[in-house]
Ligand binder design. Structure first.
Ligand code: ZN
Length: 355
């Protein structure tokens, strides 16, 4: 699920980490030898971007080797993204989402469509930057994320720098599944996999963000706290989530209208998954099994899943979102009604029964 945004960059002046569960992976990353090109990855968003930014800060901090102090001039510059030895390369969609647009940015234009890819010009500019000398002995840090947004041409441009980084350069990438990376990139980076934080820590953090109770949201998001927070911020609280499978089964899309489309499609995919698990005699994974109505047919659910998958691939298209959501939920409800239909077929007899 789409999740968090780096509202803060690295450790703040009070020494607090951007996300409390970054301590262990940060220590782990700093202990790695030969980590001149590191890929921080996880199956879902658990703060890879925040870790990469904190790692950059740790490398550039004037005081400590282990964790950045958050207070020195270098830390403060990283925090503001103005450190001369830090370069951050992200696709335009992220610059828009993180609100990192500069004054007279071309993306301010109404008809500008931000790119989802890291463009080759961006990589070339970054490589040129790595060849200039660093402003301090700490060296330079090049951050690139998400790593999946690096396509073939950009990857080729980057290979030599990954193999022989000039001077005291460290490259940190953040991303999801490394299998989605080009093999040429994958083989040239050291990998650090981040785990989801334990649920007690995740729930405590969600509570500090105003999202409580959130144990259902956390389960729906496979333990990913940033996605759980996104659900909560979209108005999908635990009570609503507990009622969602039943609402879908009766064709009621109300709770999903006006929510971000990728989030809605993702939720429906999880409803479909759990309904299939129930129909096959298994246990629900995301929702409370007792809230997932039984009686849907497997073949209908499989059809609905395929439809959801197709729609997910095109979720950036400016469709009429409410109509689309209504249609997806209506088609979901058919998975249950098609199973129930035979039982209701002889429906005329009660019309004639007295009383
Ligand atoms: Zn510092």
């Amino acid at each position: 699920m789409a999740g968090g945004e780096p509202k803060t960059v690295g450790v703040a002046g009070d020494g607090s980490l951007p996300l409390p569960w970054l301590r262990a992976p940060l220590d782990q990353a700093l202990r790695l030898k030969r980590s001149h090109a590191l890929l921080v990855h996880a199956d879902q968003d658990v703060g890879q971007t925040e870790l990469a930014l904190t790692l950059a800060q740790a490398r550039l901090c004037e005081h400590v080797e282990r964790a950045p102090c958050g207070q020195c001039a270098a830390c403060r510059q990283v925090h503001r993204r103005t450190h001369p030895d830090l370069r951050i390369v992200v696709p335009e969609v992220l610059r828009v989402r993180f609100d990192w647009l500069v004054e007279d940015d071309p993306l301010h234009r109404a008809n500008a469509k931000p790119s989802r890819e890291i463009k080759i010009e961006q990589v070339r500019e970054a490589i040129e930057w790595t060849q200039r000398s660093a402003s301090s002995a700490r060296g330079r840090v090049l951050l690139i994320f998400p790593a999946e947004a690096i396509h073939a041409a950009s990857a080729n441009a980057l290979l030599k720098t990954l193999e022989e980084p000039p001077g005291n350069l460290r490259i940190v990438m953040a991303g999801g599944d490394p299998q989605r990376l080009l093999p040429t990139l994958r083989s040239r980076v050291q990998r650090l996999r981040m785990a989801v934080p334990d649920s007690a820590q995740a729930l405590a953090w969600l509570s500090t963000q105003g999202a409580a109770p959130a144990s259902r949201a956390l389960a729906v998001c496979s333990g990913g706290p940033l996605a759980a927070l996104a659900l909560h911020e979209a108005g999908l609280d635990d009570a609503t989530l507990d009622q969602l499978p039943a609402a879908v089964a009766r064709g009621d899309a109300q709770a999903l209208l006006g929510k971000p489309l990728p989030l809605v499609i993702d939720l429906l995919q999880r409803v479909a998954h759990d309904a299939m698990a129930r129909a096959a005699g298994g246990a629900a994974q995301y929702f409370d099994g007792a809230t997932v109505p039984a009686g849907a047919t497997l073949s209908a659910l499989a059809r609905w899943q395929r439809e959801l998958l197709r729609t997910a691939r095109h979720d950036d298209h400016p469709w009429n979102a409410p109509l689309l959501v209504e249609a997806l939920v209506t088609n979901g409800a058919r998975c249950w009604s098609s199973a129930a239909a035979p039982a209701h077929q002889p429906s005329t007899h009660w019309l004639h029964s007295p009383g």
